[in-house]
Each structure stands twice: as C-alpha cells, then as structure tokens.
Ligand binder design. Structure first.
Ligand SMILES: Cc1cn([C@H]2C[C@H](O)[C@@H](COP(=O)(O)OP(=O)(O)O[C@H]3O[C@H](C)C(=O)[C@H](O)[C@H]3O)O2)c(=O)[nH]c1=O
Length: 179
C-alpha cells in the first residue's frame, strides 16, 4: 500500500498492493493496521456505504457537520468516476480548494477524505458502483451540502452540459460562500 499526497492536508491517495497471477488479481482493499501505520490516522471506520449510478450522475457535494462529521475512504468497484474533495476547514491553508481524481475498477485507487471536507463524484462510465467506509455514523440532521456547480468552487465534473443527472435535493443545495 502506497500513500500519495494531494496538496490538501490529510486528503490522501491510496494505492493498494495488487497481487496478479494467471487467475486474475488479489488485494487487501482495507487493513486497519496497515492503514494506520502508513497514514498515521486511526482507520476506525464504523459504516460502509455503496451506491450505483448511471453515466452523468453527480452525487454531492455532501458532508455531515459537527459531532457527526465523517472521514471517508472511497473507491470504485465497477466503472469509473471523477471523485472530488473540497476543503471546508475554516482554519485550513487550502480552505475552499478542491482535489479531483479518477477512481476506477481498473486503477483500484482509493481516496481518503478527512472530516471537514465536502465530497462528491460524477460517473464517467456507463454505470458505476461506488463503495466507501465512513468513520462516523449517518446522521440525517447533520447533513450539509453545496451545489455541484458552485461558481466559486468552479469544479469541472467532466460531464458535458446537459448530460448531468442530479437529485432534486442536490439541485437546491447552498453555495459554498453560504456555508
Ligand atoms: C448517506 C446515507 C443515506 N442514507 C439514505 C438517505 C436517503 O433516503 C438515501 C439516499 O441518500 P442520498 O440521496 O443522500 O445519497 P447520496 O446522494 O449518494 O449521498 C452521498 O453522497 C456523497 C457522495 C457522499 O459522500 C455522502 O456519503 C452521501 O451524502 O439513503 C442512509 O440511509 N445512510 C447514509 O449514510
């Protein structure tokens, strides 16, 4: 398992060690001790989530606030997404900055998104199965969000205009400046 920095503190790219042979491949998708040793973070995740989406879907930008803030370890089981993390930690040097990366079933890359970040992804393949670990439980009352096409964030989701598929809930999320 290798760790790569993203330029946003504690937001990390994780490259698992893949064992390939004539049958196919094997890799440890998560090992708490290895994760903790390589990242210096606890790795105590308590909830796993999975979603399925078609091409053009953009889920996000979401987070949970306060005591229910969540760190997430995200990856793609099938297809390809553009994954986006936005630093909303007011005291961070990279406040308001975002990092995006293509995660796919081919590259097996993972992204660790710390507490204090907004998260979202766009589906670049015909369909995508998205899986992620959270270090805090879902708490609907603590949900916060920023609209995907926020002018200040200016995120390129790599989805041509008109092809986006957004939930009614996400269409009316706040601007980043209103957070
Ligand atoms: C997040 C969540 C949702 N739900 C229920 C609530 C809704 O009835 C249904 C769909 O929820 P939502 O439309 O919020 O799903 P996404 O748009 O994929 O939300 C996620 O999108 C971005 C990418 C994230 O990083 C967050 O983890 C999460 O907000 O699942 C649960 O029961 N438990 C949960 O942990």
């Amino acid at each position: 398992m290798e760790i790569e920095q993203t330029g946003l503190k504690d937001c990390l790219i994780i490259k698992p060690r893949i064992f390939e042979d004539a049958r196919g491949y094997f890799f440890e998708s998560f090992n708490r001790d290895t994760f903790a040793q390589k990242t210096g973070l606890s790795g105590d995740f308590v909830q796993d989530n999975q979603s399925f989406s078609a091409y053009g879907v953009i889920r996000g930008l979401h987070a949970q606030g306060g005591e229910f803030a969540q760190a997430k370890l995200v990856r793609v089981l099938k297809g390809e997404v553009l994954d986006v993390a936005v630093d909303m930690r007011k005291d961070s040097e990279t406040y308001g900055k975002h990092f995006s990366i293509k995660l796919s079933a081919d590259n097996n890359l993972q992204l660790y998104i710390p507490r204090g970040f907004l998260h979202g992804f766009s589906v670049l393949s015909e369909t995508a199965e998205f899986f992620y670990k959270c270090d805090n439980f879902y708490n609907k009352a603590s949900e916060i969000g920023v609209v995907y096409n926020d002018r200040d964030l200016n995120i390129d989701w790599l989805i041509p205009g008109g092809d986006e598929s957004i939930s009614d809930k996400d269409e009316v999320l706040n601007s980043f400046s209103a957070l």
